[in-house]
Design a protein around this ligand. Structure first.
Ligand code: SF4
Ligand code: SF4
Length: 338
């Protein structure tokens, strides 16, 4: 058995859903795709930050290969209720959560690679490469028109990657039918129009980014309406996709801590939390919002309640009008004046 096959087989034995290995050169085409998208959505200049992912050896001159793995998240049961306001990848995120089974699988696989005598670089966030492109190049799935990587069981996958110092290659062949020729369900489902065309998405308009934005900017009335019932993240373009239909039907496993956390995901509950509670209960799991932007949790919660037609009563608004965040005070003042 070759070393590449040994790595794949051990990964599968540890519970990874698929494992492939690519040469660093396989990432070169990624830069072209980023530049293409920048040309179509010039406002998304932040995409420039991703270009480095195509130049693996600039960061790791010793890189011989990239090992990439997927982990199927649909094994988990999703809690009912307020979790529907959250992107499912974030609910089931194993990054910064050593108790999560995926985190344990990834740690065990990292230790295995190191135990082979390989030099290894791994980083859970932001990662060592562009995950979806790497996984597609390794033959682990297909990137569909909504830009998500799909394995045999849909797009709700975690992807992890490791740089190793040995020149190996093992490209899989996950059979995947292409998107139906005329399908645009994902684009039609996108609430803000961020997904304006196949493989084109303006990050600056994506609800996933709008709800996790670390900027002082608050959203205008039109954007707030379009965000709809999403409080943190957005799955609209994945949920609408026929290749994802039914994939959660067999989810049985409990994700550690999620059931206990579920009551704290209620929008009104979040609105009434103090910032210490947000920092201790929500921020460790949903880590995209940095400590100085925790006020966005309350604005997001208020927005969901508004879009549900459940604006809190005047007593609650009066309490919030004394919130320590000027952004929250301003939003509440607008509601009180209406
Ligand atoms: S995640 Fe939501 S906002 Fe972003 S492209 Fe998909 S549907 Fe549109
Ligand atoms: S909704 Fe249709 S076009 Fe979009 S990713 Fe799914 S199959 Fe492809």
């Amino acid at each position: 058995m070759s070393k590449a096959q040994e790595i794949r087989d051990r990964g599968l034995a540890l519970g990874l859903s698929s494992v492939g290995i690519i040469r660093p050169e396989a990432m070169a085409g990624y830069a072209g795709r980023v530049l293409e998208r920048l040309a179509r959505t010039p406002g998304a200049a932040m995409l420039n930050n991703f270009l480095g992912f195509s130049r693996t050896r600039e960061a790791w001159p010793w890189a011989g290969a990239i090992v990439v793995a997927t982990l199927d998240l649909t094994r988990y049961a999703l809690p009912p209720g307020p979790a529907r306001h959250f992107g499912k990848h974030y609910l089931l995120d194993s990054r910064r959560n050593p108790a999560a089974p995926e985190a344990k699988r990834i740690a065990a696989f990292t230790a295995f690679l190191e135990g082979l005598g390989l030099r290894v670089a791994h980083d859970e966030h932001p990662g060592v490469t562009a995950m979806r492109w790497a996984a597609m190049s390794a033959g682990l799935g297909r990137v569909r028109r909504n830009n998500f990587l799909y394995g045999p069981n849909g797009s709700f996958l975690a992807i992890a990657a490791w740089i190793i110092d040995q020149e190996l290659e093992l490209v899989g062949d996950v059979p995947q039918r292409p998107c139906p020729e005329n399908c645009d369900r994902c684009a039609k489902a996108c609430p803000t129009g961020a997904l304006s065309a196949p493989f084109t998405m303006d990050l600056t308009q994506c609800v996933s980014l709008l709800t996790t934005s670390n900027s002082g900017r608050t959203h205008g009335a039109r954007t707030r309406r379009d965000i709809g019932l999403w409080l943190y993240g957005c799955d609209a373009c994945q949920d609408a996709c026929p290749h994802n239909h039914g994939v959660w039907a067999h989810g049985r496993e409990d994700f550690p801590g999620l059931a206990a956390l579920a009551p704290s995901l209620e929008p009104l509950r979040i609105l009434l939390m103090d910032y210490g509670e947000i920092a201790s209960v929500l921020a460790p799991k949903f880590f995209y919002l940095r400590p100085e932007f925790l006020w966005r949790w309350k604005l997001n919660a208020l927005n969901v309640l508004e879009n549900l037609g459940q604006i809190p009563g005047r007593e609650t608004l009066a309490l919030l009008s004394r919130d320590e965040s000027p952004q929250v005070r301003e939003a509440v003042a607008g509601l009180l004046a209406a």
